[in-house]
Design a protein around this ligand. Structure first.
Ligand SMILES: C=CC1=C(C)c2cc3[nH]c(cc4nc(cc5[nH]c(cc1n2)c(C)c5CCC(=O)O)C(CCC(=O)O)=C4C)c(C)c3C=C
Ligand SMILES: [Fe+2]
Ligand SMILES: [Fe+2]
Length: 341
């Protein structure tokens, strides 16, 4: 083969398969400008904010970006991984990537990388790297258990935007949301069972707190709300629990519009008054612990609950790169790679 190539022919690569774990993204540092840059990119995404641009631009640039970076930067500083000098979301996503790469090491010519929708490493830089390394087939794996246009779709959009600039485009598959995947339900249920068993108290209630979104998005057809409810129902059935032991709430409200209810913070503030004083809480919409779980739930949520008269509060971590969590990701990736390996 090599003797028929002209001397100036670009190098011929061995065909490879790329697997890209896609997550949301996070600031590079906690200072005002790093957080501002991240929030600007995030909150300029029309998949996330559907307000018409002419109306949203002044609100974002003149109001939100003047105060939110400082407030969010302070929150990020409290959860920052000081050893790695990095946001937990990126540390954990990298750990998941390395663990998956090890698990797929027996497969020849598979490369595993992660990419972020906002910030670094950018989706384009990662797809360019894989294409240049000879990946002629790429599996995109949005690490969101429940589908939403605000997360899954925009992650895929960004990847297709980068692919749109390639002359020699690889074949591409996208992994579906896994909110009802039997393995996901099994490992999530196990994380609750094990998490509760490790406590020195018996919770009156387990709360599954999902990231929220404007109710309007649900009304316009986003299936996220329905998939959240289904995850919790399947987990509850797997545990053999009745409905009184586990509930669904929605967190991280942003802006003045009505978001999915019941709100996590309002619920935590009201439960002690109803006699529910011991809770365990987890966040099944997140594949990795991040500001929304470590600061908003484990810190702020705990404070709200205890100040309202709560007695015991426990946060059960996300699946992260735990062996069970990685079993689930590996099984999903192998299934979606079928016919390619
Ligand atoms: C403004 C609208 C937002 C929608 C809609 C939204 C949906 C959504 N987000 C996640 C997952 C994550 N969100 C994270 C942070 C975050 N989310 C919003 C806003 C919306 N999210 C903001 C402004 C922020 C930044 C933090 C802050 O300033 O409060 C993160 C964590 C990132 C990190 O760095 O740790 C994740 C993950 C889901 C699943 C979702 C679905 C409806
Ligand atoms: Fe969010
Ligand atoms: Fe938040």
């Amino acid at each position: 083969m090599s003797q028929i190539l002209p001397a100036d022919h670009p190098p011929v690569q061995t065909p490879k398969i790329g697997v890209v774990l896609l997550n949301l993204g996070t600031p590079d540092a906690t200072d005002y400008w790093s957080v501002r840059r991240y929030l600007k990119e995030f909150l300029s995404d029309p998949r996330v904010i559907e307000t018409p641009k002419w109306l949203w631009w002044p609100i974002l640039n003149l109001v939100i970006l003047s105060f939110r970076p400082k407030k969010s930067g302070h929150a990020y500083a409290q959860i920052w991984d000081k050893d790695k000098n990095e946001s937990p979301l990126r540390v954990i996503t990298r750990n998941q990537t390395e663990a998956l790469a090890q698990r797929l090491a027996g497969e020849s010519n598979v490369m595993v990388e992660f990419a972020m929708r906002y910030g670094n490493p950018s989706t384009k830089s990662v797809l360019d790297k894989l294409q240049q390394a000879g990946c002629q087939k790429i599996l995109l794996v949005p690490l969101y258990p429940q589908y939403s246009a605000t997360t899954t779709a925009t992650a895929n959009d960004k990847a297709f935007e980068a692919l749109g600039q390639m002359r020699w485009q690889p074949a591409v598959r996208t992994a579906p949301a896994y909110f009802d995947d039997a393995k996901y339900v099994e490992v999530l249920a196990k994380s609750i069972r094990d998490g509760v068993a490790a406590l020195d108290f018996v919770p009156d209630l387990v709360i599954t707190s999902y990231h929220g979104m404007p109710v309007e998005y649900l009304e316009r057809g986003d299936p996220y709300h329905c998939q959240c409810l289904k995850t919790t129902r399947l987990v509850r059935e797997h545990l053999g629990w009745d409905e009184s032991r586990i509930m669904v709430t929605f967190q991280s409200r942003f802006g003045p519009t009505k978001w999915l209810e019941p709100y996590t913070d309002v619920t935590l503030g009201a439960l002690p008054g109803k006699g529910i004083k011991k809770v365990a809480i987890l966040a099944p919409a997140f594949s990795a612990d991040c500001i929304e779980t470590l600061e908003e739930i484990a810190m702020q949520g705990k404070e709200t609950f205890m100040q309202a008269g709560g007695e015991q509060f426990a946060y059960i971590p996300c699946l992260n790169d735990s062996p069970d969590g990685m079993d689930m990701i590996e099984a999903m990736v192998r299934r979606e790679l079928s016919g390619w390996l």
